[in-house]
Ligand binder design. Structure first.
Ligand SMILES: Cc1ncc(COP(=O)(O)O)c(C=O)c1O
Length: 391
């Protein structure tokens, strides 16, 4: 084997040739079908996703962002309403709330999982609060039991942003449930970097409520039912049948791909721990040390996110060795310029601000070779040693 000199953060071209052939067949099937909007590929994917996730209704949509917007619109959330969400998240979480005219109300993150801290929610509830939007960040569910309790106590809805967590499970009081199956709506993204990605944009809305499902289906096509008769103003939130056909091939392969990610994560953990560079406290990491991601619950590792107080230097060090990394996310939502009128300032959510300064995602995609994981781990270890840590 040639020695490794670089490892990409993500490589979407490492496809099994047999799977590629099946995708070409699917493309041809759609090409000659003449059905380019809705139709059997969408119906098939929706049924297969519902069954796979153990959630009663699944609705294919145009992106994860549109999944969130469709869920908000289907619950009638808009001007004058407030939705509580984490500040440490991808922009679409807060952006979708803003785009329907509602106000995002932020909570800080748990320093171990980076998910929203449920203990902060209740104090933020006002008469205007219509929903909570927990995010299952990096592939691990938010702590949903207290989120569900506070929502039911105050009669507010839950929209799960499960864009990064397809198939992650959470142990509810009544047994394990898939991400996206605990709230009123679950929202998923099929963006190519997600664990189940399509060849462009796509998303999914899930719900166990038949009436909400029916309403979301109407809102997906401009709010018209029958066609051209509108009791509601919806949008065009349709998924392309071509993407659905391709996703139907990839969906059964998802469990094996998730296993690959978990295997890679375990190898990083083993290598980094053996080198003595891991901080005992994953949330408070000293110089020359790293904090490991903590799988407190079932974790599907959409991201493998380290923590280092010298994050930017570590990133540069790895970059010099050809190792791709990414910062998810450098600016929490409460400090985004577009939300300035909410009046937040630095220091409002210290744990999220610290995470934004310290976290760094390493390559974790399932097709990585063990030698590539070792090359990346060696790069991290060498950085720590350069700072005087590690045996
Ligand atoms: C947490 C989170 N929410 C929402 C989205 C939006 O999904 P999409 O890019 O498919 O619109 C993403 C993905 O990019 C995400 O990571």
């Amino acid at each position: 084997m040639t020695s490794i000199t670089s490892v990409p953060l993500l490589d979407l071209t490492r496809n099994d040739p047999e799977v590629l052939d099946r995708m070409r067949e699917a493309f041809d099937r759609v090409l000659v079908s003449g059905r380019y909007i809705m139709g059997p590929e969408i119906d098939g994917l929706e049924a297969e996703c519902a069954e796979f996730l153990g959630i009663e209704h699944a609705i294919g949509v145009s992106s994860g962002t549109d999944a969130l917007i469709l869920a908000l619109m289907s619950l009638g959330i808009g001007a004058g309403d407030e939705v509580i969400c984490p500040t440490y998240t991808f922009f679409a979480t807060a952006g979708s709330i803003w785009r329907v005219g509602a106000k995002p109300v932020f909570v800080d993150c748990d320093p171990i999982t980076y998910n929203l801290d449920p203990a902060e929610i209740e104090a933020k509830i006002t008469p205007a609060t219509k929903a909570l939007m927990p995010v299952h960040l990096f592939g691990q569910c938010a702590d949903m039991t207290p989120v569900l309790e506070v929502a039911s106590k105050h009669g507010v809805r839950i929209i799960e942003d499960a864009a990064q967590a397809i198939s992650a499970r959470y142990d509810t009081t009544s047994g394990p449930v898939s991400a996206g199956g605990m709230g009123d709506f679950g929202c998923f993204s099929f963006f190519p970097s997600k664990n189940l990605g399509c060849l462009g944009d796509g998303g999914l809305v899930t719900t166990n409520d038949a009436e909400l499902a029916e309403h979301a289906r109407i809102m997906r096509v401009h709010g018209g039912k029958p066609k051209y008769y509108h009791h509601f103003v919806g949008g065009n939130f349709r998924l392309d049948p071509l993407q659905a056909a391709l996703l139907r091939i990839k969906l059964p392969l998802l469990p094996a791909a998730t296993e690959g990610r978990r295997r890679n994560a375990a190898r990083y953990v083993e290598r980094l721990q053996a080198a003595g560079v891991v901080s005992a406290d994953p949330a408070e990491v000293g110089s020359g040390q790293i904090g490991l991601p903590q799988a407190v619950r079932d974790h599907i590792f959409n991201q493998f996110t380290l923590r280092s107080p010298e994050r930017d230097a570590l990133r540069e060090w790895l970059g010099e060795r050809g190792i791709g990394t990414e910062i998810y996310y450098p600016v929490p939502m409460h400090l985004q310029a577009c939300f300035a009128e909410l009046g937040h300032r630095e220091g409002d959510f210290p744990r999220s601000e610290q995470a934004a300064r310290e976290t760094l995602a390493l390559p974790i995609f399932p097709e990585l070779a063990p030698e590539e994981i070792d090359y990346v781990a060696d790069g991290v270890i060498a950085f720590c040693r350069s700072r005087g840590t590690g045996s």
